[in-house]
Design a protein around this ligand. Structure first.
Ligand code: SF4
Length: 65
């Protein structure tokens, strides 16, 4: 199993990333169904469609810097 990354990194990288797409948005449910408003929506890599269990290429490139 892969090591887990710290929250700060997950958020920091997602903040800067142009490819971020939230899994909930991608599923087309919108925010209301899960009672998540865009205001308390946190951008983090592990909630991104491209995350793939940390295999995201952009993430891997950023994490080593
Ligand atoms: S998982 Fe990848 S594509 Fe998604 S925000 Fe992080 S670095 Fe960007």
């Amino acid at each position: 199993m892969k090591s887990t990354y710290c929250e700060k990194k997950l958020r920091g990288i997602a903040e800067e990333c142009q490819e971020f797409e939230h899994i909930i948005t991608a599923m087309g449910y919108g925010y209301s169904l899960l009672n998540v408003s865009p205001d308390d929506f946190v951008r983090r890599c592990s909630d991104c469609v491209n995350w793939l269990g940390s295999d995201c290429e952009i993430f891997q490139r950023e994490i080593i810097n």
